[in-house]
Ligand binder design. Structure first.
Ligand code: ZN
Length: 192
């Protein structure tokens, strides 16, 4: 196959050179209203081609490759006194797999436990291209799974952060069940 970024022949979806260039990009941190810290690995424009292929046949493989170098490496270095739940935003499968579950799976480590289906949106309205006002008026209304009962701490996971509204709503839903969100980890920040 060819590298999706430079089209050179490559055994993997993203060739070694492009992967290195991507991983050398500066990381971003954003603090949302209410204090939730959001760490992202890339600016949105750097990985637009990856976000576009995630819906096609190669998408799963490419997302897995990039997840292991970002979420995977983060998970290996993360240390905490007790087990922390990795909670992906709405990891319902689309196109045969769940994008956020791939990220959450990669993050799994000695101290991070991915919990699938932990947070499901009761409202599945599309937010893409909608204003903050629209998002605010149409909250996701998350349902927290009882599987999270044995945890006190969580890390929220999403593929892209835009307004941050969804992450903030997710944090509040977890807090209602007694879980503290340490921070959120996303692949790309659309506000870079
Ligand atoms: Zn390349």
């Amino acid at each position: 196959m060819r590298c999706i970024l430079c089209e050179r022949l490559s055994f993997k979806g993203i060739c070694g050179k492009c992967l290195k260039r991507l991983l050398d990009e500066p990381k971003h941190t954003r603090i949302l209203e209410g204090g939730l810290k959001v760490y992202s690995f890339f600016g949105y424009s750097a990985i637009t081609p990856i976000l576009h292929v995630k819906h096609n046949f190669w998408g799963h493989r490419i997302l897995k490759q990039i997840a292991s170098h970002t979420f995977g490496e983060f998970g290996k270095k993360f240390e905490f006194g007790e087990k922390v739940a990795a909670v992906a935003i709405d990891d319902k499968p689309h196109d045969g797999y769940s994008h956020t579950a791939v990220l959450s799976h990669a993050l799994g480590s000695a101290s991070i436990v991915p919990i699938y289906g932990a947070l499901r949106a009761k409202n599945s309205v599309k937010y893409s291209g909608q204003s903050y006002e629209f998002r605010r008026k149409n909250p996701r209304r998350f349902k927290v799974s009882p599987k999270l009962k044995k945890f006190k701490y969580a890390i929220l996971i999403d593929d892209v952060v835009t307004s941050g509204f969804t992450l903030k709503e997710a944090k509040d839903a977890l807090a209602k069940e007694g879980l503290e969100t340490l921070f959120a980890l996303v692949l790309a920040d659309a506000k870079e």
